[in-house]
Every structure is written in C-alpha cells, then in structure tokens.
Design a protein around this ligand. Structure first.
Ligand SMILES: [Zn+2]
Length: 529
C-alpha cells in the first residue's frame, strides 16, 4: 500500500499512511462544513496530468478538500455522483463577445456558454472593450450573471473616445488622455488591454501608441491581448504583424496574448510554421506569450470589416458613404474591395449569416450577386451602406489549424458572434473533432487548453484548476455524448452532454438542465496598487 497524500490539510492517523495490506478504513471528518461532494472515477485537475478517482469537497464557493475516492466520509449537504462522467475545471473562454447577453437580464445566464461547459468568459476583446470598466462591473454584479466574466479595456474604444475615428497618429495630449483612461480601467479591475489593430479605429494607431498603453496595463499586472494588425496580406502581412505584437510585449514588459490565431487566406496558408517559430523563439528569449484558437475553418465578422479598405471608413459613417460614392475614387475602391474578396477565398467563400434582409441569409456573396444580376463589387457597395451585415468567411486551411492547435501556448476559445456556430459549440466541437475523431489532442490536453492554461495565461487568480483553495468552477460531462449541435445552417443550437456545471460552488446545471442560478462573478486583475 502506497502512502496516501491528502490535499485537505487535515491530519491522517498514522495507520493510514503506514505500509499495510489491510484495507483502508474510511475516515470520518467533522472539521469541514461541506456543502457539496462530487465523487468520480475520472477527474482531471486541469494541469494536463492523467485523471484520478477522487472526491472533491466544496465549502461555500471554494474547493475545500480533495481526497482519494472513498477515503474520507464527508458530512455534505449534497453528494453528486459523477461516476461514468469526466469531471474537470469549468472551461474558460478567453475571447467572447457575450456582453450583449450578460447585460440583459433575459439572457444573463449565458446559457450557450454554460452548455459548452464554460464557466468563465472574457469580454472586451478586439480593442472594443468598454472604457468604463468600473461602471460595467457594478452593473453586472448587481444584476447577476450565469458565468463568470473578466473584462479587457479596449484600445479602439479608448482611442475613439479621445480622437474619434481620425486616421492619424495621436498627439502627445491625446496620448496622455488615453493613458489616463487605461489607468482608470486597470484600477477598476480590467485584466488587461485589448487591441484590434486590424479594425477601425485601432488600425490608425502607431505601434508606439499601443506600447504606451500596454505599459500602463503591465503596471497593474494586466495582459496585452491583440487581434493582430494583419492575419493575412491586408497591410503589413501576417508574420510582420506577429513581430509587431512581440515588439509591443517586449517594450512594455507585458504578457502577450494573440487572439484567435489563424493564417487568414490562401496568400498566407502555411505561414503557421513561420509564426510558431517566431513565437517559440521569443518565448525562449524570455517573452511571455500565449494564443487562443477557435476550432473552425471559417472566421466571422461584419461584411464591411471583411472587405472594405480601412481608409474608406475614417471619421464617420457619412464620410465613409461619401467616399464610397465619389466617382473619382471608384476605380481604386473597386480594385481594393475585389482584392480583399480574393484574399478571403473569393465570393463563394463569404456566407451571409446575419442581415435584416432575410433573403441574404444562408447564401454566399457569389450566389446573391448572380440572383440579383449585379456585379460582386457593386453588391458589396450596396450592402455595406445598409444596416450591418455579418458574414462567415471560409479562409483557413486545416493544416494551419492543426499546427497551431498542438502548441503548448495555444488555448481554446470561441470568439462567439451571432450567425456563427462557434458561439454555441466551440468547446464540444473541439473535443469531438480533435480529441475523439482525429486524436490530435488527448482528453487531458484538451481540458488543460480549455481551463488551467487559459487561467495562467490571462492571470485569473484561483481559477481553471481543481485545487484546494480555488474557486469551485467544476463541470461533469459524458464523454460519449458531449456534442456540438450548431452548424452554419443552424448556428444557435445549444450543445448537449454537459451534465453538471458548478459556478463558484453553486450548481447551475444538473442532469443537463439549467436551474436558473446566476452564480457568476466579475473577476478582477491581481492589481498590486
Ligand atoms: Zn478578433
């Protein structure tokens, strides 16, 4: 009999840790006020190690004991028998756009994430994070939310507040205002700064501007999360954009998180190798880097963000439309729009997913242009002047996806947006396709990439790992039945197979059913100030 190690902190009688062939007697404990015990054969802690048969005791919102299965009898108010299920930390999604749901009481449960096993979502990515983090935090805490969330403050939002959508670099006064706004957001608990250097208005910023703001985030233990300036050949090129991000991280001495890493479009297919080499080299040189990835070949964005040149969208919507309809600019604009469509794989590779005009939804740009007997560029010109339309852009190669997925610094995300099934099905899809079907990842690796590795990268304290003292965010799922049910025809169908979800010690899904609990919290940075 091997010595028994308990993580509970209480002492075992000598007879239990001595070598003996005698069966171990269960040890009744009375010193812990246990609310819930989960007992299971297959428990993954989240750190990438193999599963163990353990009992997890929860006191209030905290994991208060973990012991070998059956060894300790807990006096618990509730026992969850999860034998036959996989138990793991609740998943953490580092890139979502779920504030619209979380801030609305009808949808605050974040049910489409809970049913993926996600107990924590990050918001504020792509440079679009709300500037007034303090106000938002209070609103969410008072109203109640189904999952935890942590907030990034957005560089694009800060820039827009200070200088609108001006297509120029910031002057010293404007920069000082942006620094002050970043500082306030970090003091209010933002976990870092996000940029969307591909999008307007982030695209108009210099590298130095971003470094100045990233330094402020670093001061408060924050991270730098970036949607790269270029994931393709739109402006500086994919590999140069990665260099820029690494340079920002080095200069600001901050953790770099590359959002939804991908090689977008045929021009850069295969460049995953060069990018992986760059990241590994930088990590070896002491730069702290992580990335997330959603397991789909299509990205999703607004039509105008996908194909309209950024200079055209400067200043305001009115100015955008004026330039678009200026006959002297017509040739130049048409050429650039056509080129952007080509980069994304052509008009057949752009699928309309959300639009007021329902006749568009489910059809490709090429199909609609043909039906309406109009040129592709002219159709784009018409559509981008209407209410925003979303597209799925089929632009990635499976080789690049697979290559990125197995890197130890890559974690799971959804980047969930309306119209794209990734909002409902990313974690179950990754499990089904890449663990079960392809065997690219082990179950333990997948869980680590979806929990502890993410918590570590984002510096979320006491999350993502089943460990005594950590918050009790725990899920149990049926490995045979965990299933992604959403697809591009039906993008908003809930995933199934998650049997139990516990958020901060509160059971919110039991036997696969949501019980209306709103147990999430707003997670703040580990601000030393
Ligand atoms: Zn993005």
């Amino acid at each position: 009999m091997k010595p028994v190690t308990l993580l509970t902190g209480f002492l075992l009688p000598a007879l239990l840790i001595s070598c003996s062939d005698a069966p171990i007697e269960p040890l009744k404990t009375s010193d812990l006020a246990v609310d819930i015990v989960i007992t299971a054969q297959q428990v993954f802690s989240g750190d990438g190690s193999a599963s163990k048969a353990v009992d997890i005791a929860i006191c209030g919102e905290i994991i208060c004991a973990i012991s070998p299965k059956g060894l300790v009898i807990y006096d618990a108010k509730k026992v969850i028998n999860a034998d036959g299920l996989v138990v793991s930390p609740g998943f953490i999604d580092p890139h979502t756009h779920s504030l619209a749901e979380l801030t609305e009481s009808k949808t605050a449960s974040n049910i489409n994430y809970l049913t993926q096993g996600v107990t924590t979502v990050i918001n504020g990515n792509d440079g679009a994070g709300i500037v007034d983090v303090g106000t938002l935090k209070r609103q969410l805490s008072q109203q109640g939310i189904g999952t935890n969330t942590a907030l990034l403050v957005g560089h694009g939002s800060i820039r827009e507040r200070v200088m609108g959508r001006s297509e120029r670099h910031a002057n010293a006064y404007e920069l000082s205002q942006m620094i002050a706004l970043t500082e306030q957001a970090m003091k209010d608990g933002a976990i870092g700064l996000s940029t969307g250097l591909y999008y307007v208005p982030g695209s108009y910023a210099s590298t130095d501007e971003v470094i100045a703001l990233a330094k402020v985030a670093a001061k408060y233990h924050g991270i730098y999360d970036t949607h790269l300036r270029d994931e393709s050949t739109f402006n500086i090129g994919f590999t140069n954009a990665v260099d820029e991000a690494i340079n920002i991280a080095k200069s600001a001495d901050i953790h770099l998180h590359l959002a939804h890493i991908k090689a977008l479009g045929v021009d850069v297919w295969g460049q995953s190798e060069a990018v992986i080499n760059k990241v590994n080299k930088a990590i070896a040189a002491g730069v702290s880097i992580s990335a997330d990835q959603y397991p789909w070949q299509a990205s999703g964005t607004h039509l105008h963000s996908a194909v309209v040149p950024k200079w055209l969208m400067a200043d305001s919507v009115d100015k955008f439309h004026q330039r678009l309809n200026n006959p002297t600019l017509k040739l130049k604009i048409d050429k650039e729009i056509s080129e952007n469509i080509r980069r994304r794989g052509g008009a057949d590779a752009l699928l309309f997913t959300v639009a007021d005009d329902q006749s568009l939804v489910g059809k490709t740009l090429a199909q609609v242009a043909k039906t309406r007997a109009i040129s592709i560029v002219n159709l784009v010109r018409q559509l981008v002047q209407q209410t925003p339309i979303r597209v799925a852009s089929f632009n990635m190669s499976s080789d690049d996806i697979n290559r990125f997925m197995v890197q130890p610094w890559v974690v799971t995300s959804s980047d969930g947006t309306n119209g794209h099934p990734r909002k409902y099905a990313s974690f179950p899809k990754k499990y089904r396709q890449y663990v079960k079907d392809d065997g690219l990842l082990s179950l333990s690796q997948f869980i680590k990439q979806s929990s502890y590795a993410t918590a570590k990268a984002l510096k979320l304290p006491k999350r993502g790992l089943l460990k005594v003292g950590n918050f009790a965010d725990i899920i149990a799922f049926n490995a045979d039945k965990l299933k992604d049910n959403a697809n591009f025809s039906n993008w908003n169908v809930l995933s199934t197979g998650i049997e139990t979800v516990i958020v901060n010690g509160v059971v919110t899904i039991e036997h696969g059913k949501y019980n209306k609990a709103l147990a999430g919290k707003v997670i703040s940075n580990t601000n030393p100030h």
